[in-house]
Ligand binder design. Structure first.
Ligand code: PGA
Length: 262
């Protein structure tokens, strides 16, 4: 059974001072501090802004929360003004990162090749690499969803295929761009259709046992009201949550929903 993963993506929101009150209230709402707290059926992760990573890792550790960066540079060091390396993340006890979020692709020109390079560096560095793929509305309407997602996956899976030992640290997040931040989530059936295709690609490139154990998250207006239906789909193993992760009570509801099995 794959462990579900509910991952919050805070994007460019919140300040360091908001971190502890948020975690405190989240822990309370999700019952993390109770003895009979959450089962190990669900993992919880927060991708927070760089400035609060160190503090988040410190506070999060005690609560069993994993902290991730929202982006990373593929090189170990060098003249890359404004960038942050894996080593710098590791120094503040962060060993997970998002890679290739559609906002990085759209606003910062990240190509599939750059995403593959980052994935390679992250897997080689022993990081959990949450790699994002997804089509735009125009691409969906043109019937190109499958070809777009397959193309985005190619470099990521080529990297993973040559790294048997690190493959387990790969997570794929399917995030249709038209559903992100719009309040218009993909339906559970639409999401499942693409997730099943992604699972098929994992199987073709990495083999059946990896395909069976790797997690595929859905992202795009996931919320307390649709999470249960999304998670009921065979190939949806969790969610990457933007807006709804900013409110501790909402995010806790999603985690609790993921901890319940039908
Ligand atoms: P959203 O964002 O939940 O606000 O749609 C998801 C994401 O961009 O990861």
């Amino acid at each position: 059974m794959r462990q579900r993963l509910i991952a919050g993506n805070w994007k460019m929101h919140k300040l360091i001072g908001e971190l502890e009150p948020y975690f405190k209230s989240f822990a309370q709402e999700a019952g993390l501090e109770r003895d009979e707290g959450l089962s190990d059926r669900v993992g919880i992760l927060f991708a927070v802004p760089y400035t609060m990573l160190a503090r988040a890792a410190e506070v999060g550790q005690a609560l069993g929360l994993r902290i991730a960066a929202q982006n990373v540079h593929a090189e170990a060091q060098g003249a890359f003004t404004g960038e942050v390396s894996l080593g710098m993340l590791r120094e503040v006890e962060v060993t997970a990162t998002l890679i290739g979020h559609s906002e990085r692709r759209q606003y910062f020109g990240e190509s599939d090749a750059a995403v593959a390079k980052k994935t390679q560096a992250a897997l080689d560095g022993g990081f959990l690499a949450i790699c994002c793929v997804g089509e735009t509305l125009a691409e969906r309407e043109a019937g190109r969803t499958e070809v777009v997602v397959r193309t985005q996956l190619q470099g990521i899976l080529d990297v993973a295929a040559s790294r048997r030992d690190q493959q387990r640290n790969l997570v794929i997040a399917y995030e249709p761009v038209w559903a992100i931040g719009t309040g218009r989530s993909a339906t559970a059936a639409q999401a499942q259709e693409v997730h099943a295709m992604i699972r098929g690609e994992l199987c073709a490139k990495l083999g059946a046992s990896s395909a069976d154990s790797l997690r595929i998250l859905y992202g795009g207006s996931a919320s307390p009201s649709n999470i249960t239906e999304l998670l009921a789909q065979a190939d949806i193993d969790g969610a990457l949550v933007g807006g709804a992760s900013l409110k501790a009570a909402d995010f806790a509801k999603m985690v609790l929903a993921a901890d319940r099995r039908p």
